[in-house]
Design a binder for this molecule. Structure first.
Ligand code: ZN
Length: 468
């Protein structure tokens, strides 16, 4: 239902289609969404007749894999706890796996955006707004692949035989329709519908006569590479090309603002196409005043995979604060300074805690990322408060030096608080008081607003630098 023009897009945002219109649109493609059809089946290989057999729970990316079971370490998610699934749960699991597919051993391809991509949506005030805010115009797809390839099989790959990849053959966005980005199918799977069981679905608890228990699969499915640029995912551009962003431990917070909401400039991180599109649409149609009564949010989510193991599912929302076009450049510039200074202080905090705890801190390899997570989380309310104030100052054409200094002060305060918490409380008895106090002194020095590094990052005046 992609609209043809920007104006048509805006009209539909304000006047949603009727249930009949939606039904007519969906009916045209409903044959692609048959889970157990005779020919094409939703997100399943077209003609796979044999393959290795799996229990149905292997569709779930968080269930323990072979290695975990062998080592008997399936602690929170137990093996064999999901042996039967109803059709809706099975379809959802298939969609989730094909859309996020992590590495899965030889020839088991990852998703079109690699294992565990980060997705960002613009979130409106209700379901309709959220859907339509993330719909592009037809013309937007022109630069994303070959839109001449308009047969449905080029969008829903399961409608025809799979482009397999035994010889590492690739499928790029110009080999098919770019809209396949929403329906990628890297894994060759066929659910077994011959032996349905009666009982309770072990995912949702529904009673059913149609519970599936297993499937067959084969490696060397579609190998998506080259030129794909998913419109709902931020990307990083460097000498390797344009790569989709993946999640890392620690989750999503304002530390990711640069790259999720605004370009970070030198780092090459770019927000998803849809985020820039939203801003363009806003500035063109004054959406905020005409349609919304408050700022929409950016809704970011995805799996954090360690190879094929799902470590975590992260989900977070950030306000998409919209400012007048004439202060936008400066507003974004200061935000970038605020975040970069927080990044420096987060690093100081982590390294000084390490220095306090370990005599040979350079050799310490343990994971201290929880300190970073806590730092970003604890400073987040102050960040949004500062943005609000910044907006007001710039709108009035006022100076932002005081604001930046007070931001630094608040970061340094959180930093010392975390230092005290982690350097002492848990290690009474083993701690070395002298080392701790030296590390604390270092931290104060590194976080000082007088330091050249922080001043440069924040664009603060550097005075007295020649005085002795
Ligand atoms: Zn179910």
């Amino acid at each position: 239902m992609s609209p043809v023009t920007e104006r048509a897009w805006k009209n539909v945002l304000k006047n949603p289609p009727s249930p009949e219109d939606l039904k007519n649109a969906f009916e045209k493609v409903s044959h692609a969404f048959e889970l157990n059809g005779n020919d094409a089946r939703f997100m399943q290989d077209y003609d796979l007749a044999e393959g290795s057999e799996s229990q149905i729970d292997e569709l779930l990316v968080e269930m323990p894999g072979g290695n975990t079971i062998k080592k008997n370490s399936d602690h929170f998610l137990k093996r064999d706890s999901v042996k039967k699934m109803c059709f809706p749960c099975c379809a959802t699991a298939l969609f989730t796996l094909q859309t996020n597919a992590p590495a899965g051993g030889q020839g088991h391809r990852t998703s079109l955006r690699g294992g565990g991509p980060l997705t960002t949506l613009v979130k409106g005030n209700n379901l309709w707004e959220t859907i339509w805010l993330n719909i592009l115009e037809e013309g937007d797809f022109k630069n994303l692949g070959d839109i001449e390839k308009s047969d449905l099989v080029n969008i829903f790959p399961w409608l025809g035989p799979t482009n397999t990849s035994e010889k590492n053959q690739k499928v790029t966005s110009s080999d098919v329709n770019p809209k396949q980005m929403f329906w990628g199918m890297p894994r060759r799977i066929r659910i077994n519908f011959d032996a349905l069981e009666t009982g309770t679905c072990e995912i949702c608890g529904k009673e059913s006569h149609d519970l599936v228990t297993g499937y067959i699969s084969k490696n060397y499915g579609i190998n998506y590479e080259g030129g794909w640029r998913h419109v709902l995912t931020p990307h990083t551009e460097d000498k390797r090309g344009i790569l989709p962003v993946h999640l890392n431990p620690g989750g999503i917070s304002y530390r990711h603002w640069l790259g999720l909401i605004q370009n970070d400039g030198e780092g090459g991180k770019q927000p998803a196409f849809i985020v820039n599109k939203f801003l363009d649409r806003h500035y063109k149609f004054n959406l905020l005043n005409e349609v919304f009564n408050r700022n929409p949010a950016l809704w970011a989510f995805g799996y954090d995979f360690d190879n094929m193991k799902a470590r975590c599912w992260y989900e977070s929302q950030m306000p998409l604060i919209i400012v007048n076009e004439y202060i936008r450049a400066e507003y974004e510039n200061v935000i970038s300074q605020l975040i970069k200074s927080a990044d420096v202080i987060a690093g100081n905090t982590r390294s000084c805690i390490k220095e306090a705890l370990f005599r040979y801190s350079n050799n310490v390899k343990g994971d201290l990322s929880f300190i970073d997570s806590k730092f970003w989380k604890d400073t987040e309310p102050e960040f949004y408060r500062t943005l609000n104030e910044l907006h007001g100052l710039l709108a009035k054409g006022e100076n932002t030096v005081e604001l930046k200094l007070s931001w630094l002060k608040s970061l340094a305060k959180t930093s010392s608080k975390l230092f005290d918490e982690y350097s002492q409380s848990e290690f009474i008895g083993t701690a070395d008081p002298k080392r701790i106090s030296l590390a604390r002194r270092d931290l104060a020095k590194y976080n000082s607003p007088k330091g050249q590094k922080l001043k440069t990052i924040l664009g603060l005046p550097i005075e007295n630098s020649t005085k002795r």
